[in-house]
Design a protein around this ligand. Structure first.
Ligand SMILES: *Cc1c(COP(=O)(O)O)cnc(C)c1O
Length: 431
């Protein structure tokens, strides 16, 4: 099994967080997003513990909420003592509606609108992570107008290639995110920030990509970033206190994927940072890490009902389900791997290969191609693993398909955390 959440019960049914997935499908209908609260909380604690043990507790874990944002996840994250990274006023709004402490919010994004920046300032968002010069100037202007001192962090492109999929690689110079180091832009922005009256420069941020399975790119980024902090100190005499190394910790989508234990990550990154800081006689900065996928991805799965099975002789078999790219666009976007299990036959061998197709009018609306699974039949409950991250948050109403419900399972007991959209919801804003 690809996640600790999963098991097979005495009926041969797949379970998630101790709840029988076939029963969940019966009770709540499909498609259905299912989350294991226990695994989410254990993962939060693992990340926190890794900072306590290997970085003297001098840091904070920020949940990258774009992976899965809704009121209940903000409540869970906040009760575990994590901060959150938000990328729009909509995410800030949701976090605040859930009672999240705004001081623990870090506001990211490469094109925050002036309205969003003002909304963040007025609501006391803890840090704004500045992406570009225009934004830097806008924040200063709005901070002055609102008579606030705004704590900012600058997003830097450290020039690290994290060897993941092209669409999810962000640390190199050719990226829409952040200030480049190579051309002096990052230093110019930092020096400008230091001169601005209503901004407090707290430190620097980098995020080198996603689905990263080795510590090497993070260590390389940490060395570059501390080197940059030292250079900034030489130029200005200012020691900034914070370094945010971003997220991107890889998770298992298939049994064949490896997963790096978080404590190994923190142990290695921490010792690299200590070495680099010592060599430059730079005080150890407070560290932030921003896992999104790693916290919610493996804790979620999606249940569908099989509507038809179409075998094209000598080519392939399509298994069509009652959802698709409208609830999970990731295969269509970047051919993501998924482990598929027929939930009501989970005790049986996977001796069949099929392509899982959605119900949208788009040939590319596939969830997985040529995937091993138990023999699927009409009416079966098909489960797609590791869909907790970037599924609900990327879902749409394409073809006017209502977005599914989400349930959170705690000690085997499910509760609805996001209602299923209704047809009325679909026309709510139509005039
Ligand atoms: C997307 C993103 C993250 C989280 O990435 P994961 O791969 O989900 O861990 C963290 N920080 C920033 C700035 C991001 O854009």
């Amino acid at each position: 099994m690809v996640s600790d959440s999963l098991a097979v019960n005495s009926l041969g049914h797949l379970t998630c967080g101790g709840a029988d997935c076939v029963e969940l499908a019966k009770e709540f209908g499909t498609p259905l997003y299912v989350f294991d609260e226990g695994l989410i909380r254990r993962t939060c604690r693992d990340f926190k513990r890794s900072i306590d043990e290997y970085y003297d507790g001098n840091g904070q874990v920020l949940y990258a909420s774009k992976a899965f944002a809704c009121k209940e996840i903000y409540r869970i994250i906040s009760s575990e003592g994590l901060g959150a990274d938000v990328v729009s006023a909509g995410e800030i709004y949701t976090a605040l509606a859930a009672g999240f402490d705004p001081a623990n919010l870090f506001f990211h994004g490469n094109n925050k609108t002036p309205e969003e920046i003002e909304y963040a300032i007025k609501n006391g968002v803890g840090r704004i992570v500045v992406d570009n010069m225009t934004e830097l100037d806008t924040i200063e202007t709005l901070a002055k107008e609102n008579d606030e001192k705004v704590r900012v962090i600058l997003r830097i492109k450290p020039g690290i290639d994290a060897h993941t999929h092209n669409f999810i690689r962000t640390g190199q110079i050719d990226s829409k995110f952040g200030f480049a180091l190579e051309n002096g832009e990052a230093m110019e922005a930092a020096e400008k920030t230091a001169k601005y009256e209503n901004l407090v420069l707290m430190g620097f941020h980098c995020h080198i990509g996603s689905q990263i399975f080795t510590t090497e790119p993070f260590k390389a980024a940490a060395r570059v970033m501390i080197g940059f902090m030292d250079e900034f100190r030489q130029n200005t005499g200012i020691v900034v206190p914070e370094l945010n190394l971003g997220g991107g910790f890889g998770v298992k989508y298939l049994d064949s994927d490896g997963q790096l234990p978080f404590e190994v990550f923190m142990q290695e990154v921490s010792s690299t940072m200590k070495e680099k800081a010592a060599s430059l006689d730079y005080p150890m900065p407070r560290i932030y890490i921003e896992p999104g996928r790693a916290i919610v991805g493996p804790a979620g799965l999606t249940l569908y009902t099989v509507g038809c099975v179409k075998t094209i002789e000598n080519i392939r078999t399509y298994v069509s389900v009652d959802g698709g790219m409208s609830d999970n666009p990731r295969y269509a976007l970047y051919q993501s791997d998924y482990d598929i299990i027929v939930a009501n036959k989970a005790g049986q061998k996977k001796n069949y290969t099929a392509t899982v197709a959605g119900k949208c009018c788009e040939s590319g609306d596939l969830i997985q191609e040529h995937a091993p699974m138990q023999r699927p039949e009409v009416g079966d409950i098909l489960a797609v693993m590791t869909t907790g991250a970037y599924n609900y948050s990327m879902a749409s109403n394409y073809n006017r398909i209502p977005r599914p419900m989400a349930v959170m399972v705690r000690e085997g007991e499910p509760r609805v955390i996001i209602r299923r959209e209704t047809f009325e919801d679909l026309i709510r804003n139509d005039l």
